[in-house]
Design a protein around this ligand. Structure first.
Ligand SMILES: N[C@@H](CCC(=O)N[C@@H](CS)C(=O)NCC(=O)O)C(=O)O
Length: 207
């Protein structure tokens, strides 16, 4: 198996952080988004949506969508679970992850691209950027309230939602957006989580 990705982008970063937490080794193939490689005919054959990450299975087939990739790897490697040990823990961790993904990461992505995209040829769209900032308020308030004094978003162990929110926060930095301003619990969580080896990415763009 290998993953086609671009590690500076948030959905690939989510999966890489997940792999690190899980302790799974993986080969990576760089898809240089800055050079538009994700829209090449060769890559569109792997993923007609033209986005990353994409998992290449051992049989040569391809699977896109970061959460589908994570769920597949969870099924292949169930221990330790990155959702939880009981049905209740897993349900709550999945809920938290949906809030982190749909509520935060997706909107951060749209914000950064609408504000000032690192990708070539993406037009600035100030109204979209403004709307995303508005729509980010509530999910972040919910996560701030619900983390309480726990070390991780869904309690006392890392789950997929931690990987998702961490990836969102690093991508927000491309637009100098401090997601956790005025949110001391999420600031504390982010400072601690960013010390974990799973968050380190070794990457350099090809010259
Ligand atoms: N829902 C997809 C989103 C994938 C996605 O949008 N990936 C971004 C990078 S984070 C991308 O490839 N963007 C380039 C494009 O869509 O043109 C997932 O979870 O994998």
């Amino acid at each position: 198996m290998k993953i086609h990705d671009f590690p500076l982008a948030p959905n690939p970063r989510k999966v890489r952080t997940y792999l690190g937490e899980k302790g799974l080794a993986m080969d990576f193939v760089l898809v240089n988004l800055l050079a538009g490689e994700h829209k090449s005919a060769a890559f569109l054959e792997k993923n007609p949506y033209g986005n990353v990450p994409v998992l290449e299975m051992d049989d040569g087939s391809f699977l896109s969508e970061s959460l589908a990739i994570i769920e597949y790897l969870e099924e292949r490697h169930p221990e330790p679970s990155m959702w939880g040990d009981t049905a209740e823990q897993r349900a709550r961790a999945r809920r938290t992850e949906r809030i982190a993904d749909l509520g935060v990461l997706g909107r951060v992505g749209r914000y950064v691209h609408a504000h000032k995209s690192p990708l070539p040829g993406v037009p600035q769209r100030p109204q979209v950027a403004e709307l995303m900032l508005e729509e980010l308020v509530r999910p972040l308030e919910i996560l701030e309230a619900e983390i309480g004094d726990h070390p991780f978003l869904a309690g006392n162990r890392p789950t997929v939602g931690d990987c998702t929110l961490f990836a969102a926060s690093t991508f927000a930095g491309f637009s100098q957006l401090d997601l956790f301003e005025g949110k001391p619990r999420l600031q504390r969580w982010c400072a601690a989580f960013s010390e974990r080896p799973s968050t380190k990415v070794e990457f350099s763009l090809p010259s």
